[in-house]
Each structure stands twice: as C-alpha cells, then as structure tokens.
Design a protein around this ligand. Structure first.
Ligand code: CA
Length: 234
C-alpha cells in the first residue's frame, strides 16, 4: 500500500529557490503534488485558488515571518484546519515553543533529511484526517466541495471568484446567524487585512450573482441595520 495519496497537494512557502526545488523534488518523488509560494503574499494567493492538504512554511520569509502567517491562518475560518509544518533554521527551544503557540502542528529544523520531513508530513496528515471537516458542504441542493474547490447546484457548476468562495464557505459553516460587515471581514478576509466595510457588500453582490442561476441567491439575506445571514428560512 502506498503511504501517501498520490495526489495529495502540499503548499511549500519558502523564499529560497534552491530549498524550494529540493522540497518539491522530495515531495513529488514521494507521490505528493506541490504548490509553491516564495512569499507570504504569494502563499495567500495560492490558498485562494487551491486547497492544499498541508503547508510547509519557512520561518524567515522576505515580506513577513512564517510565524505571523501561520497565526493569521489559524485565526481564519477558511484556513484554520490547514495543517502546518514550520521549517526553521533555528533550533532554540524557545523558538520551537513559539512555533506551537502560533498554531503550527509540527516543525522541522534545517538542515533536515527528506526522510525526516516525509515522516512528519505523514504523521501530521494522519492526525488531520481524524478531525477533518466534511469535504462537501451542502444546503438546499447547493454543494461546496472543499477538496475540488468547486461549487455546484443540480449538477451544474457555479463559477465564482476566490473571495466569493471563501465567503460561501464561511456562510455554509455558519448558517442561520446574522454577521455584521466587520465580523465577516474578520472571519473571511482575516484580522490583519485592511479592507473597507463596503467591500463586503461588493462581494456579497458578486456571490448572489454567482448563485443566481440556481436560485440560491435567496440564501444570502440582508438583515437591515445588522448585516447578513445565510439561511434557507425566508
Ligand atoms: Ca527563508
């Protein structure tokens, strides 16, 4: 039996091209697929367009620290369940503890052997499978497939942008409650991102438009003076 799903995608966040290439080589040889990012900003983009099963995050990134990035993901509804292994050149005990405080599931210290890394990846993925959220979220025939990163209704695919996808994912996992624009910004955009509240309205409008072909736009309800609610009750 193969020890890893041949197509399990892993996100590599590492600014040094030679280390990234080494990681890709080792991971692909072990049967994983790789998505690469050289900066924290790029990692954010990759996460918006793909659904990795695990992320390897270098501690020292050019635009911000890997720790901050992981902390942001763990506070974000859409990415909190993404298992993370921090890759660090530092070996001090205090730093390891900080790694766990930020929510990383494990860490490896450079230099490490591919064999050690693969063993840690398998262990973290095994732990994650035991507590993974349902891969398909559904309401009234509207289906969001988290693994395929796809939304459909009645067998028809509904096209939407990455922000609308994240918004819908949040709504499907938080139904029947009213959320203010500020709360939606915190949960869907992340606490460290500066976006104006009216941006929420723009993406709500786009989400409704994307859901309109199957009539599911009715699930996105405006609650006057309060915000938005996602519910199948009128
Ligand atoms: Ca680095």
């Amino acid at each position: 039996m193969s020890s890893s799903n041949p197509r399990t995608p892993i996100l590599i966040v590492e600014d040094e091209a030679s280390i990234r290439a080494m990681l890709r080589f080792a991971l692909e040889r072990a049967g994983y697929a790789c998505v690469e990012a050289a900066t924290a900003a790029e990692a954010r983009l990759r996460l918006a367009e793909s659904t990795p099963a695990l992320a390897l995050v270098d501690w020292m990134l050019p635009d911000r620290s890997g720790l901050d990035l992981v902390r942001e993901w763990k506070e974000d509804e859409c990415h909190a369940a993404l298992p993370v292994i921090l890759v660090t050149a530092r070996g001090e005990e205090a730093d390891k503890l900080r790694g766990f405080e930020c929510g990383a599931d494990d860490y490896v210290t450079k230099p490490f052997s591919p064999r050690e890394l693969l063993a840690r990846i398998r262990a973290v993925l095994r732990r994650g499978q035991a507590q993974a959220p349902p891969p398909v979220l559904e309401l009234d025939g509207l289906r969001l497939d988290t693994a395929a990163h796809r939304v459909s209704a009645g067998g028809q695919r509904l096209e939407m942008g990455p922000t609308e996808f994240r918004l819908l994912h949040f709504f499907l996992t938080h139904q029947d409650r009213v959320y203010s624009r500020a709360q939606l910004l915190d949960h869907v955009w992340g606490r460290n991102v500066y976006v104006e509240e009216r941006t929420v309205d723009v993406h709500i409008r786009r989400l409704r438009k994307a859901l309109a072909p199957s009539g599911h736009d009715r699930l996105v309800q405006t609650v006057r003076g309060a915000g938005y609610r996602f519910s199948s009750d009128g």
